[in-house]
Design a protein around this ligand. Structure first.
Ligand code: ADP
Ligand code: MG
Length: 292
């Protein structure tokens, strides 16, 4: 994958159940510690994420969203079940650098320029300076930060810093991008702009994304599917298909279907279940317009 011209909406692939599986979790459970102090963070997670999908994980704090991402990334092993990434064990996928990760804090090195922050993983892998420079120029273009390559992280806004972190995560052109509340620390306006930016990047790279968020509107706006998780032990409570057309734009947030889906996710989180009533959809619209 390179930062080439747009190749059409990545969701085309997601709509076909035949796209290759990128993440396959079967009976995945995670228990931290042993004995009376043991914490069951996740229980019997079955989830298949296919190429080109954008899947959000949403659920109450402590329900195991970050743990699930860390299991996919092989940063911690599952206690039960199996995880397969691109058809391989998670450990193999990690060694093959099949995924990139973005966290809530962009963790940039202040003494390095923007270009050299993006080039860091390439440097570690022994890429030559010319190759590194070409790749970081390509990535800077992708995240629309051309001209900022010589600046330092502290000279950039929070949103721009997060774009640098995204560029760095995409350095090796991973098939999978794992994002843990990447816009959680940004103000609402910046977050909405970053959501649009991320949609554009996703459309161009065709990377499969697993995205953790606390924000229902963000999850609905971005995703092809939203996985609603229940409180500890974390389980998949409901999977909501986000059947809104691509590409998503500012108008997407004003459609009736958007409000219906936001309501559906909100109700699944409340564990009320059942269908969304016309009344709760109307309430959602009033809430959104009140904030506008
Ligand atoms: P979320 O990201 O959904 O807020 P986490 O995945 O961070 O939740 O945590 C899920 C549960 O597992 C929490 O109860 C948390 O305290 C526990 N947990 C997470 N990581 C560890 C760890 N390294 N050691 C012990 N408990 C942990
Ligand atoms: Mg978390």
């Amino acid at each position: 994958m390179t930062a080439g011209p747009p190749e059409g909406p990545a969701a085309d692939l997601a709509t076909t159940a035949t796209a290759p599986a990128v993440v396959e979790a079967a009976g995945v459970g995670k228990i931290f510690g042993t004995g009376p102090s043991a914490v069951t963070a996740l229980e019997s997670i079955d989830l298949t994420i296919r190429q080109g999908e954008f899947v959000s994980l949403i659920g109450p704090s402590g329900c195991g969203k970050s743990t699930l991402l860390r299991l996919i990334a092989d940063l911690t092993p599952p206690t039960t079940g199996t995880l397969t990434i691109n058809g391989k064990p998670a450990a193999r996928a990690r060694l093959d650098r099949d995924y990139g990760m973005v966290f809530q804090a962009p963790v940039l090195m202040d003494w390095r320029t923007i270009a050299r922050n993006i080039e860091l993983p390439l440097e570690i892998m022994g890429w030559k300076p010319a190759g590194r420079a070409n790749r970081s120029a390509e990535l800077l273009k992708l995240v629309e930060l051309e001209g900022f390559e010589g600046r330092h992280p502290w000279q950039l806004s929070g949103g721009m810093q997060q774009r640098v972190a995204i560029a760095r995560a995409l350095a090796f052109g991973p098939k999978l991008l794992l994002m843990d509340e990447p816009f959680g620390a940004l103000d609402e306006m910046t977050r909405e702009r970053m959501n649009l930016e991320l949609m554009r990047i996703w459309g161009r790279t065709q990377t499969t994304v697993v995205f953790v968020t606390h924000s229902i509107p963000e999850a609905v706006f971005l995703s092809t599917r939203v996985v609603v998780m229940s409180a500890r032990p974390g389980r998949v409570a409901k999977v909501v298909d986000i059947d809104m057309p691509q590409p998503r734009t500012v108008e997407t947030r004003e459609t009736e279907r958007y409000f219906e889906l936001v309501t559906e996710v909100r109700e699944a989180l409340r564990q009320r279940g059942g269908d969304s009533t016309a009344e709760s959809v109307a309430a959602e619209r009033i809430r959104a317009e009140g904030l506008a």
